[in-house]
Write a protein of this length. Structure first.
Lengths: 258, 152
């Protein structure tokens, strides 16, 4: 019995330690941002790796998400004689929720996993230790540019997601269902606002990029330096980043749209 | 791995695409409603009850949108609702004795302010007041009146 209680306590303490190390890492990453901005080349390389290479998956998935939203929204709204509001439904769902959230989830899967694996492997092959040996701080040289690239890329990707998603909704609503293009746009423009909807969506996506990059890097940096450890860290990185993004989304939504 | 120059070009394209998408969101999807506010003037109307009227609700005249509701607040002198309407500049020839009423679009739709033009030659001035107002129809009150009327 005492063994069980002790095991529970040990696990709790271990978990808390992990959270504490993650928060300390975030503080160091943030502290390293100003210095890293003076070497933009490293950041540009990482924006290419996590942002540009994620464009294809973002564009393709947002097109389909927008098309499905328009179809499903139409089936429901047509019963209430409000089929013209399908543009409003598509735009508000995308700009407020799906754009930032789905982008962050895809980013965690597509780019976050590769960040974790890359950093974990660098640790397993002792590249990080050899950098330290050469008096190069691996956190500033490796982690910070990747962190900056994450929270720069995710808002841009989310904006592309929302815009292409609305285009997908337009194609289905106007092209397939035959809703008047004028009322599609005017209904949308009457109810979407720059400050309440679009700006809040951008704030959300910056926060998500921040969290996704931070968790991915933390998991990689803390990975056990074995092949099993790296693979486990990669899985946990994606799982934890997705969960935190969804939880944070609820929190931010409750604060923003009260 | 692509060369440094190609990477830089692609990142530039990526950032430009992201910013362009933001512009599309602001201009095409939101219609930039706050920033592209048409020039207009304010008039005030006092209502006994605004019902479910909200700020930014449309102001219509003969079914045509001529402005929107700017603020709604309680006037602590008369205990009426003080509603400030913003009428577009091009509709500056609205008669002085125009009447305002709060209607509901459809049975369950959004509430809006409907203006009924009067006969006065004098136009409603900026900062002027609409005297003739009619409150929102509150469904519960009508049902209540109907039920007490049934009891007699």
């Amino acid at each position: 019995m005492t063994d069980f209680v002790a095991a529970l306590g040990q696990r709790t303490l271990f978990g808390l330690q992990g959270v504490g190390r993650a928060v300390l890492l975030m503080a160091r990453l943030l502290a390293g941002v100003p210095a890293a901005l003076r070497r933009p080349r490293l950041i540009i390389e990482q924006v290419y790796a996590v942002g540009v290479l994620s464009m294809v998956i973002i564009v393709v998935s947002s097109l389909f998400v927008g098309m499905v939203l328009a179809l499903q929204g139409y089936y429901t709204l047509v019963d209430f004689g409000a089929a013209e509001s399908v543009g409003t439904l598509v735009a508000l769902s995308l700009v407020r929720e799906l754009g930032p959230v789905v982008t962050a989830l895809l980013f965690a899967g597509r780019a976050g996993s590769s960040l974790t694996a890359e950093v974990g492997l660098m640790k397993a092959t002792e590249q990080l230790s050899s950098m330290e040996m050469m008096a190069v701080d691996p956190e500033k040289r490796i982690l910070v540019p990747r962190f900056i690239a994450s929270f720069v890329s995710v808002p841009l990707l989310a904006a592309v997601f929302s815009a292409v998603g609305v285009l997908g909704g337009y194609l289905v609503a106007v092209g397939m269902i035959g809703i008047d293009a004028g009322s599609f746009w005017s209904n949308m423009q009457a109810s979407v606002t720059v400050r309440d909807d679009i700006l809040n969506g951008v704030i959300k996506s910056v926060a998500f990029g921040f969290v996704a990059g931070w968790i991915a890097l933390h998991k990689g940096y803390e990975a056990e330096p074995t092949s099993l450890g790296v693979s486990r860290a990669t899985t946990m990185g994606v799982v934890h980043a997705s969960l935190v993004v969804l939880g944070l989304d609820f929190l931010l939504t409750a604060l923003m749209f009260d | 791995m692509a060369s440094q120059r190609t990477i830089e070009i692609w990142v530039g394209v990526f950032v430009a695409a992201g910013l362009a998408a933001l512009m599309v969101l602001a201009l095409q999807i939101a219609g930039l409603t706050e920033l592209r506010q048409p020039p207009g003037y304010q008039v005030t109307a006092y209502f006994d009850n605004v019902g479910g009227l909200r700020e930014k609700a449309p102001v219509n005249m003969a079914g045509v949108r001529v402005g929107r509701v700017e603020t709604i607040e309680l006037d602590t002198e008369s205990y009426q609702a003080r509603v400030v309407l913003r009428i577009d500049e091009r509709y500056n020839r609205i008669p002085n004795d125009t009447a305002a009423a709060i209607y509901t679009a459809g049975l369950l739709g959004e509430q809006y302010v409907g203006l009924e033009a009067g006969w006065d030659d004098e136009p409603l001035a900026a900062g002027g007041r609409i005297g003739d107002t009619q409150s929102a129809v509150v469904l519960e009150r009508i049902i209540g009146q109907f039920l007490t009327g049934m009891g007699d």
